[in-house]
Design a protein around this ligand. Structure first.
Ligand code: NAP
Length: 281
């Protein structure tokens, strides 16, 4: 079994981006910048934002965190996004989710310029991705896609099964694999026989949020299994896949941690540079 080392691949991507940013600075006398808006004091959000800032600075991006208390007015956030949209020094804008209940998430997402939408959540980018056009792709599915392509060069005609239909993971993942001519089945909580669906998968992507949902006897021999799940349990952080069991049958599996997680951050940096290039080149 091949251990799909997301940490290593993400490190390679970050090294390439570092060189690219160095070159951009040299040629354009400009540095791509990432602005992250953090609302409230949820511990996981604070950790994610700190990790994103550290990674951005390491590759040479300009990074800015804008913090608001939990009770900030929606208008204050929208006004700030509007200001960042107009700021030439800001290439990418990310609003860390989840948001407090009084703030309309969709309104916030749609207020970000599609050209600075590093999360790829704006309907403009979602629409382009679904139409098979060039778009900013959400970071986690993009990371999964790059890992899959590394181990399965020719995806055409392969059967892909995705567990989970969120806008964040399952749906964009479907579009990326469709574009590669996979035959894609997207499953969810109302799917009748999940095990049977999974057993047909050459490529299986689990993005559910249920610890070790996917068992060893759900896996087709020699399949590639991507585990997006990050679940806090008494045994520590585990994925949506029972790694011990699944690794006996699959050809390649991502571990948790050290699989998809580091790729998400690397792809955020990649998207920031992509946004910079869209506007400047
Ligand atoms: P989400 O929005 O809660 O979506 C979960 C999906 O799983 C839904 O489509 C849901 O179906 C489906 N589902 C729930 N129970 C199921 C079951 N028993 N059988 C089949 N499908 C079921 O979650 P998400 O935001 O996509 O995140 C999924 C996981 O990925 C979480 O563990 C999250 O922490 C993790 N994550 C990891 C990263 C990373 O960088 N590695 C990034 C983002 C998220 P319905 O639509 O029918 O409700």
């Amino acid at each position: 079994m091949i251990l799909i080392d997301g940490k290593k691949t993400a490190g390679e991507i970050r090294e390439e981006l570092k060189k690219e940013i160095f070159q951009i600075k040299k040629e354009n006398k400009k540095v791509p910048g990432l602005s992250v808006i953090l609302i409230g004091d949820l511990a996981p959000s604070q950790i994610y934002v700190r990790m994103k800032e550290k990674a951005a600075i390491e590759v040479g991006l300009k990074s800015q965190i804008i913090k608001y208390p939990n009770d900030v007015e929606e208008k204050t956030v929208l006004d700030k996004i509007n200001e960042l949209n107009k700021n030439d020094n800001v290439s990418g804008i990310l609003v860390q989710l989840p948001l407090p209940n009084h703030i309309n998430k969709q309104k916030v997402i749609e207020s970000i310029s599609p050209l600075k939408d590093v999360d790829g959540f704006h309907p403009f980018n979602v629409g382009n991705l679904s139409s098979g056009n060039e778009s900013i792709v959400p970071c986690t599915p993009l990371g999964c896609y790059l890992l899959i392509k590394k181990y399965e060069k020719n995806l055409s005609g392969k059967k892909a099964v995705i567990i989970g239909r969120s806008n964040l993971n399952g749906k964009p993942m479907t579009q990326l694999l469709l574009k590669e001519n996979c035959t894609v089945t997207i499953t969810h909580s109302k799917t009748k026989d999940l095990k049977r669906e999974c057993l047909s998968a050459d490529i299986l992507v689990a993005a559910v949020g249920i610890p070790k949902l996917v068992k060893g006897d759900w896996i087709k021999k020699d399949s590639v299994v991507i585990d997006v799940g990050i679940n806090k349990t008494d045994q520590g952080i585990v994925g949506d896949v029972d790694f011990e069991e699944v690794s006996k049958t699959a050809k390649a599996v991502t571990p948790v941690p050290g699989g998809v997680g580091p790729m998400t951050i690397a792809c955020l940096l990649k998207n920031t540079i992509k946004c910079f290039k869209i506007v400047n080149f």
